[in-house]
Design a protein around this ligand. Structure first.
Ligand code: ATP
Length: 293
């Protein structure tokens, strides 16, 4: 079984559905409330675990009810939680989501996720060394990300960095990672002065730009390649990127060629948008195989 290590965020999403947003100082009634597991680290761990990989998630939650719910969900999904710290002086990370007027507004409180430190990473050095691939996002401190990437380089373990949520990053960090998987918006924040075509040429077999319903673009060292998205009836695209990254890690860790791994991830992400919720639509390996016929 391929071994995938995620070091990243664990959140619970607190979702309010209302007919409109409250104005400053106003109180209104909402229509629904849901508590849903989230956080890019946890989401991508679940995506990879459903596809049959041996997945460890390293992160932190608070010693509270939401942290317990996050744990229960990860364990039910078969994600190894042995290296998730439970911290008593901070709450579990939360995303406060209001769905109103056909759109989402989101406030994320990182809380425990901000405490994922190089020290904690040091305690899982052997896990890093033992992994087929390491998968990272940007919801834990950047100094921790830099520390992990340096260890991966030292141990010759490939690392995928999904640079989300979008923020500027040191070029040295971007150069060190094995694969970089921004969406179109993130790539513009990372590299504001170049076109996507220039960047794909500069980072062949490394920069994979996801373009939603358009699919994925990368350079195979000779040509610019466009892998179209699968044709599906999209219900909710939340978590498409998380499914793509989790599945990409699974494909690469199983020894697939890059193009094959991208097609595998595209298919998984395409299926995920047909159902509601970030984790709700993430397919299992069986579902994927059934669709491949
Ligand atoms: P999100 O933030 O919503 O999780 P993202 O912006 O990080 O996603 P996208 O580029 O929107 O990532 O989508 C990732 C991948 O998911 C795409 O490259 C594609 O393979 C698949 N995908 C997204 N939307 C669709 C769609 N409507 N139909 C089919 N596949 C889709």
């Amino acid at each position: 079984m391929s071994k995938i290590l995620l070091i990243g965020s664990i959140n619970m999403d607190l979702v309010v559905v209302a007919t409109r947003r409250a104005h400053p100082g106003e109180t209104i009634f909402g229509e629904q409330f849901h508590i849903i597991p989230g956080g890019k680290g946890a989401n991508q761990a679940v995506a990879a675990a459903r596809l049959g990989a041996d997945v460890h998630l390293v992160g932190a939650v608070g010693n509270d009810q939401l942290g317990k719910q996050a744990f229960t969900n990860l364990q039910a999904e078969g994600v190894n939680t042995n290296h998730i710290q439970v911290l008593s002086d901070v709450s579990t990370g939360t995303a406060h989501i209001t769905v109103a007027e056909g759109d989402n507004t989101i406030i994320v409180v990182p809380a425990a996720n901000e405490k994922v430190s190089p020290n904690q990473v040091d305690s899982v050095r052997s896990l890093i060394q033992d992994s087929d691939i390491v998968l990272l996002q940007l919801e834990i401190p950047i100094e921790t990300i830099e520390y992990i990437v340096d260890l991966c380089t030292e141990f010759h373990v490939p690392v995928i960095l999904n640079p989300a949520p979008a923020q500027k990053l040191p070029l040295a960090l971007l150069e060190k990672v094995t694969y970089l998987t921004p969406n179109e918006h993130e790539v513009k924040i990372l590299f504001p002065h170049e076109t996507i075509e220039q960047l794909l040429k500069r980072y062949p077999k490394k920069l994979l730009v996801t373009e939603g319903v358009e699919g994925v673009r990368y350079d195979d060292g000779e040509n610019l390649i466009h892998v179209p998205a699968v044709k599906v009836k999209a219900t909710d695209t939340t978590g498409a990127g998380d499914t793509f990254n989790g599945a990409l890690a699974v494909g690469l860790s199983r020894g697939m060629e890059l193009k094959e791994a991208i097609c595998f991830a595209n298919l998984a992400a395409g299926i995920s948008v047909t159902k509601l919720g970030a984790q709700g639509g993430m397919p299992t390996l069986e579902q994927l195989h059934q669709l491949q016929g």
